[in-house]
Design a protein around this ligand. Structure first.
Ligand SMILES: Cc1cc2nc3c(=O)[nH]c(=O)nc-3n(C[C@H](O)[C@H](O)[C@H](O)COP(=O)(O)OP(=O)(O)OC[C@H]3O[C@@H](n4cnc5c(N)ncnc54)[C@H](O)[C@@H]3O)c2cc1C
Length: 488
């Protein structure tokens, strides 16, 4: 049943304004005006670096051209950092989860959120939406339709002129004589890109992998899929589907199965009570978002351990989407103990009995573990984790979090044994693995407004500091006189 199929259901849009195209062109001009208005000082300032054999070195290579990668690149361009390139393994327009594995109809976040705009009003989602559908449509809008968020991100990329190379996968980062080499596979074949800094803006699974419980490993793959995989929902018709997990994505997959004619969908929640608290909502204030990463380890651990244990609850509208089906059932407080295939049928043994199904969808989230990331293979042995650096007080242990990387104030990986892999100081993490060190940041929309500028500042600080001697020499050689002749 797992096969290539995009998430099909889209919200219906209100009618486009007859002059929507012209209004968008006008809006793009407004973006340009606002950008120019605030564009002082204007000069590129990062000292150009070349390799020993004269090859140009990128200042920053950003891996991932989802919303985070684009916003980081835009922040750097606005700070006149040149030689910035974004790469993404997906074709243009297909970046991120939105058109593949995101199976909700609208975003789960409030429609008013800002982020990729970096403070330019005309670049906000709201202005973009109003330009096409009008003010009343915005007032009437409940949440942002998932497919409109993708179209918006494409527009942001276009009007900000962010340099992106699609169809380009980062395979591995290796040291390269004082800088980093990104071994990539592009449409033209294997290549190496040299960069001073590499940013991993690689999304939810970018710090590890999608998590599959051990009990599923021996089950033949034709009987199950992870919610992060392509699923051919046309094949669920008349089938009994068991969904493992009760967080947001699990619920979206249950809804998809029901809407595609499943005979029954049973969704299993391990906990005795369904988690309905949205931690991102509580955390969405500047004090926490911007500064939790500056607090001491104990406070970071305490807040984020609690935050990450809450997970992402499903929304009210997701609940309404499934609960209108009489053949849907939420089974609470019934963890699975084993899964087996008997006579072409799945037999699920739970803490309370035995259940049967034809197909399982695991909505079981992600784990963070840098050791499984091929791009970090050359450094993995020396990446410091929270477990290496911090011992929680008795009663506050949380083994699930021990492999989160212990990041530096520049969002870089740090060394377990100092001095043996100094290149880690130039590999910056802005994916889900950033969360324990900096709070909600990578792989989330709400914190972008505060965390993308903070992250970009960390990059510019490093780029300035690492060339401080050259800047000192430039300053002393500076001849930009304010006037030509002293009048007296
Ligand atoms: C199913 C789902 C639903 C979500 N719904 C919401 C929501 O409603 N509201 C909300 O606020 N947040 C939501 N999120 C969380 C978050 O906003 C998204 O994950 C969002 O896509 C994160 O943006 P990003 O740019 O950090 O990562 P992504 O959008 O995932 O972009 C990362 C990019 O990196 C690329 N990449 C990864 N590895 C490599 C490599 N080695 N080489 C080259 N390219 C690479 C990928 O192709 C991808 O395009 C959702 C997440 C998921 C998974």
């Amino acid at each position: 049943m797992a096969s290539a199929a995009v998430s099909g259901i889209a919200a219906e849009n209100p009618p486009l304004k007859p002059d929507a195209a012209e209004r968008l062109v006008h809006l793009a001009r407004c973006v340009e005006k606002e950008r120019t208005l605030l564009d002082f000082p204007k000069r590129n300032w990062v000292v150009p670096h070349r390799s020993e054999d004269g090859q140009p070195i990128l200042n920053v290579l950003i891996v991932g051209a989802g919303q985070a990668g684009l916003a980081i690149a835009f922040a750097l361009l606005r700070d006149h950092v040149d030689r910035v390139l974004c790469i993404d393994m997906m074709p243009e327009g297909q970046e991120g989860p939105w058109l593949s594995i995101a199976r909700m109809i609208t975003l789960r976040t409030p429609k008013e959120l800002t982020g990729p705009d970096l403070g330019l009003p005309s670049l906000s989602f709201q202005r973009w939406y109003v330009a096409q559908f009008g003010e009343q449509a915005w007032q009437d809008l409940f949440q942002i339709p998932r497919t409109e968020w993708v179209r918006y991100l494409r527009w942001v990329r276009e009007v900000t002129r962010i340099p992106v190379q699609n169809g380009t996968r980062l395979d591995r980062i290796v040291p390269a004589g004082g800088c980093l080499a990104a071994e990539i596979t592009a449409t033209s074949g294997a290549e190496r890109l040299l960069a001073r800094k590499i940013v991993l803006a690689t999304g939810m699974e970018g710090g590890g992998e999608w998590y599959t419980p051990e009990i599923m490993r021996a089950v033949p793959k034709r009987f199950w899929a992870h919610s992060s995989e392509p699923i051919d929902f046309s094949a669920v018709q008349d089938k009994r589907i068991a969904v493992l997990g009760a967080a947001a994505s699990a619920m979206d997959n249950a809804a998809m199965a029901l809407e595609h004619g499943a005979r029954a969908v049973d969704q299993y929640c391990r906990r005795t009570q369904i988690q309905s608290i949205q931690p991102y909502k509580w955390a969405a204030f500047p004090g926490f978002t911007r500064h939790i990463g500056e607090m001491d380890d104990l406070w970071r651990w305490r807040f984020l351990s609690y935050f990450l244990d809450l997970r992402e609850p499903f929304t009210q509208d997701a609940w309404e989407r499934v609960s209108r089906f009489p053949n849907y059932r939420m089974v609470v407080g019934e963890p699975w103990q084993s899964v087996a295939v008997e006579s072409e049928e799945l037999v699920i043994r739970t803490s309370k009995g035995v259940a049967h199904a034809d197909f399982i969808i695991c909505g079981t989230g992600v784990t963070v573990d840098h050791r499984v990331r091929p791009e970090l293979g050359a450094f993995a042995h020396n990446i410091a984790t929270w477990h290496d650096n911090f011992r929680p007080p008795a009663g506050e242990e949380n083994p699930r979090l021990s492999l989160f990387p212990y990041l530096s104030p520049s969002f870089c990986y740090t060394e377990r044994v100092p001095g043996t892999t100094p290149e880690l100081a130039n590999i910056h993490c802005f994916n889900f693995a950033t969360t324990l060190s900096f709070g909600p940041s990578g792989a989330a929309i709400r914190p972008m407004k505060h965390l993308v500028p903070k992250f970009a500042r960390a990059l510019t600080r490093d780029l300035f500091r690492d060339d401080i001697e050259q800047h000192w020499s430039d300053f002393r050689g500076y001849q930009g006189r304010e006037f030509d002749a002293f009048p007296f």
